[in-house]
Design a protein around this ligand. Structure first.
Ligand code: KG4
Ligand code: ZN
Length: 331
């Protein structure tokens, strides 16, 4: 089954062609990140305008690279949410328009669930389940138990900032460009992670929930100290990164004590952090599945792949009055 995936939840306009939920035939992305750089975060209205310009060229590029004509497409999968409403609508309208024009079924998928599916695409068939899942991105921080594709139990989530958002805000405090995660990681490489006593927050009576807004404020106070100098920046970056990532490792360890699982699947842009990958490899002996580097952040391959699985499970697509949703739970 050949699936065209469409993604437009935030600042990436993406399209991909995937066969049978696993074989990537093409993977096209146009990002508007450079427009948002000067605002230090995604400017929704500008992201939407860029989606309008980019959506059809990106879809055409995906078809061309895959050397697939519309008649060979079996299904159109689209990210129905969560995300920015205006951004979601553009991907959804394009998907519906093509579904009508090409007479192909349409299926809407959850973008956050798709981040986990990006890791599943590289895991053996049948998938090792039950498993733990972590979505670590700019908009989401989730720790889940995965029973099967589509069957998840939420273990913990953030009560304030997402982990990627905390990286981005700390980057701004340290004078680094947006999106800041990779720049913080780079700066942290030359720093002493023990220099500043930063700590991720604890959420009362919710040992699995995350809180990253306090640690960002601690960085702010450290940076504002008159004695804080240029030489202190790598140490601040390293101390922040280590505290945030160790908190994720600690909660994953705690969740593993709750019962045996076969594997850990991770997704989201923060998965590109090499220190995170090293910590997981050091601390856990069970199989760990990461998305390929170009599929950690937002992309349409994961949408096409998960769309295929959903279509198999339901045996049919969604009706054409399918709506976008700015917030939808995974579990
Ligand atoms: O998955 P994604 O595109 O966002 C959402 O769907 O929300 O991930 C983007 C996020 C940004 O916050 C970015 O700073 C962060 O992932 N990120 C990183 C790294 N690369 C990207 N954070 C830490 N270290 C990295 N190497
Ligand atoms: Zn995402």
């Amino acid at each position: 089954m050949i699936v065209l995936g469409i993604e437009s939840t935030c600042d990436e306009t993406a399209a991909a062609v995937v066969r049978d939920g696993r074989d990537v035939l093409s993977h096209a992305i146009a990002s508007s990140a450079e427009i948002h750089e000067r605002y230090g975060g995604v400017f929704p209205e500008l992201a939407c305008r860029r989606h309008i310009d980019a959506i059809m060229p990106v879809i055409e590029e995906a078809l061309e690279t895959a050397q697939i004509g519309p008649e060979e497409i079996d299904l159109i999968a689209v990210a129905k949410g969560p995300g920015l409403v205006g951004a979601l609508l553009i991907g959804m309208q394009a998907a519906k328009g093509l579904s009508i024009a090409w007479k192909k079924p349409l299926i809407g998928v959850n973008h956050v669930e798709a981040h986990l599916y990006a890791a599943m695409m590289g895991a053996p068939d049948p998938w090792p389940f039950p498993a733990l899942g972590l979505v670590l991105s700019g908009g989401h921080t989730l720790l889940l138990k995965i029973e099967d594709v589509g069957n998840y139990q939420l273990i913990g989530t953030t009560v304030d900032d997402a982990v990627g958002e905390a990286f981005d805000k700390v980057a701004t405090l340290l004078g680094l460009p947006y999106p800041g995660g990779p720049h913080v990681e780079e700066l942290a490489r030359g720093g002493n992670p023990k220099r500043f006593p930063f700590r991720a927050g604890r959420v009362k009576r919710s040992p699995f929930d995350f809180s990253f807004s306090g640690i960002k404020t601690s960085v702010l106070y450290a940076v504002r100290e008159p004695s804080f100098s240029e030489q202190d920046r790598p140490d601040a970056a390293a101390s922040f990164q280590e505290a945030a990532l160790q908190d994720i490792v600690k909660k994953t360890e705690l969740a593993l004590r709750d019962g045996p699982v076969q594997a850990i699947y991770l997704g989201g842009g923060v998965c590109n952090n090499q220190r995170l990958r090293a910590l997981f490899a050091e601390r856990f002996s069970l199989p760990i599945f990461w998305p390929p580097t170009d599929m950690s952040a937002d992309n349409a391959v994961m949408i096409a792949g998960l769309g295929f699985q959903k279509f198999l499970q339901c045996g049919k697509g969604d009706p054409l009055d399918l709506e976008v949703a700015t917030r939808i739970p995974v579990a």
